[in-house]
Design a protein around this ligand. Structure first.
Ligand SMILES: O=C1O[C@H](COP(=O)(O)O)[C@@H](O)[C@H](O)[C@H]1O
Length: 271
């Protein structure tokens, strides 16, 4: 599986990409809900441009009656160590783009969301606070999935990831020591090369053991990094690691034509 070429679903425009990724995610939702002994679809989301793409066609997912929102449990693939109402917060972005827009009284209700514990930030700017937030978030995963001694890693039904132009994904940045983390489920970083510097992130073992990983990349600014991911994977960018280690049928890329133009080294996905 791991050495199969990655599947790339590409679309001329972000609107059509948004419609198709909605269809894809709902298929994963239905499969997961049928497979589990419990009625939960466990998803980890990222920040950045991803959420805007997901709601570009609101009927695809956000307002689709087939989206079983109350059965979704939403976690964060990465989060910034800022208050939940701060403009850099991925939670705030999720709230504005999705949570607040599921109409109240809508028959499908709201998902259960697991944000970071931002009260820990009250300890001030001291180093160590980000680690505390990461540890607390790992305990959230332990409570929701299973104790660390009974499972190697929590297995998400779906992890939705973006890709930075530098190849970072979640808060795993090229060349950073966190890429070698192999025991924590959630790691803290104090020195992200992109602002804000303090972040927490799911680690590579968690990202690569999800049942499904979907990357989203749009726009010309992502073309160079996609070329590296598909044509020079040995360069070892964080997104390439996830792509290769999760591999095969578990990873799908949703991109627009601007991002993928002239790139080779993948198979074209068909829904
Ligand atoms: O900082 C972040 O950047 C990446 C990529 O964002 P994009 O706007 O270039 O799509 C994102 O996936 C990550 O969650 C976020 O914290």
């Amino acid at each position: 599986m791991a050495n199969k070429l990655p599947r790339v679903f590409s679309y001329p425009k972000v609107d059509t990409l948004s419609s198709s990724i909605g269809t894809y995610i709902l298929r994963l939702q239905d499969t997961a809900l049928q497979r589990h002994g419990h009625p939960k679809f466990r998803v980890a989301i990222s920040g950045g441009s991803l959420l805007d793409v997901l709601v570009r066609d609101p009927k695809a997912l956000l307002l689709n009656p087939n989206t079983k929102w109350p059965q979704w449990e939403i976690f964060f693939a990465d989060e910034r160590a800022v208050p939940l109402d701060h403009s850099d917060s991925n939670y705030l972005q999720l709230k504005r783009t999705i949570l607040d827009r599921i109409p109240s009284g809508y028959r499908h209700g709201k998902p259960t969301v697991y944000p970071i514990d931002d009260t820990l930030l009250e300890a001030g700017d001291e180093r160590g606070v980000t680690q505390e937030i990461a540890d607390a978030y790992e305990q959230t995963l332990v409570r929701c999935f299973a104790a660390k001694d009974s499972v190697k890693v929590p297995v998400f039904d779906l992890i939705l990831l973006g890709v930075g132009p530098d190849g970072h994904t979640a808060a795993l940045f090229p060349g950073h020591e966190l890429l070698r983390e192999d025991s924590a489920w959630v790691a803290a970083m104090e020195d992200a090369p992109k602002l804000p510097p303090r972040r927490i992130t799911l680690t590579l073992p968690v990202l690569t053991h999800a049942n499904h990983v979907v990357f989203v990349a749009t726009g010309e600014g992502k073309r160079d990094v996609l070329k590296k991911v598909f044509e020079v994977p040995e360069e070892g960018l964080p997104c390439s690691w996830v792509n290769r280690q999760a591999g095969g049928d578990r990873v799908a890329w949703f991109v627009d034509d601007k991002a993928i133009e002239g790139v080779q080294g993948f198979v074209k996905g068909v829904l």
